[in-house]
Design a binder for this molecule. Structure first.
Ligand code: PMP
Length: 273
């Protein structure tokens, strides 16, 4: 198995990650996960665009081009013979002796690896754990510093839930590693793409598909009380695609069927793939 080590493709057991890497010290890095269908990375340009945006927002001077990233990605996929799976790409700000104060002269370190296709829960749906959003105020940046997300995910798993749905002071934001959509009277509701959520690539694709299919989409924040009377609910992400929620647990208790709007969007998403 091969990995990407500082933009070079090397056997996994020869890769060297430096102890001084700032992503270890401070979580000072950004990343992307891209799904691969039939050997082709899905929505690759959009992922690179977000990677550049995340870097820019953190004042990381990412000097490689999207083209170079694409070439490295394709080479790694071929080396590892990935047909259906995913690729992880990380940009660390750099490696220097530990110091909170970063320098703008750091040389970013780009690493990556391939992953197997995740197991789908799209047929049966998932239970979702409703809990507090305790993350920082720049959730729009796809940083590797994911402590708020992973603590929420563990809490959800301990309650036999697949995903945590988070709210900030009663306003629903998103999942720990996904975006949330509700359906009410045939209309889709989701949190607007502000600093409080990650604007998922899958979220954007689903909004686009819904618009084209004549399904109304409202991007407005909503309180957690509305979760218990949604007609349908689902999460979106690169790895889970469009996965229905059939039950809320925790701070909200409710069950819901896998409804027609969710099914329609799942079908449209499969068509696009
Ligand atoms: N929100 C968060 C917090 C995430 O971590 C992710 C996926 N990593 C998403 C939303 C979904 O984004 P995407 O559709 O681009 O995978």
């Amino acid at each position: 198995n091969y990995v990407l080590d500082n933009m070079k493709i090397v056997p996994e057991n020869t890769a060297v990650i430096q102890p001084n890497d700032r992503s270890y010290h401070f979580g000072d890095g950004v990343y992307e996960v891209v799904r691969v269908y039939n050997q082709k990375p899905f929505q690759l340009e959009a992922h690179w665009e977000r990677l550049f945006q995340s870097s820019k927002k953190l004042d990381i001077n990412l000097t490689v081009s999207a083209n170079e990233l694409t070439n490295a990605t394709n080479e790694l996929l071929e080396k590892n013979q990935v047909t259906d799976g995913a690729i992880y790409i990380q940009v660390s700000r750099g490696a220097t002796p530990r110091n909170h104060l970063y320098s703008r002269e750091e040389t970013p370190i780009i690493t990556g690896f391939t992953m197997n296709a995740p197991k789908s829960k799209q047929e049966e749906g998932i239970s979702a754990w409703v809990t507090d959003d305790m993350r920082w105020l720049r959730c729009d940046i796809k940083t590797v510093n994911l402590l708020g997300n992973i603590m929420a995910k563990r809490e959800a798993a301990d309650a036999d839930c697949f995903e945590a749905i988070m709210h900030r002071d009663g306003t629903v934001t998103e999942g720990s590693s996904s975006n949330l959509f509700l359906v009410n009277d045939g209309t889709l509701y989701t949190h607007p793409a502000t600093n409080l959520i990650l604007n998922g690539i899958t979220r954007q694709v689903v909004i686009d598909l819904a618009n084209k299919a004549g399904i109304q989409v409202v991007e407005e924040a909503f309180p957690k009380d509305v979760l218990d009377h949604a007609d349908e609910a689902f999460i979106t992400s690169t790895t889970s695609e469009v996965t229905p929620i059939v039950e809320f647990k925790g701070q909200v208790t409710a069950t819901m069927p896998i409804g027609p709007v969710t099914k329609k969007l799942q079908a449209l998403f499969k068509d696009l793939i």
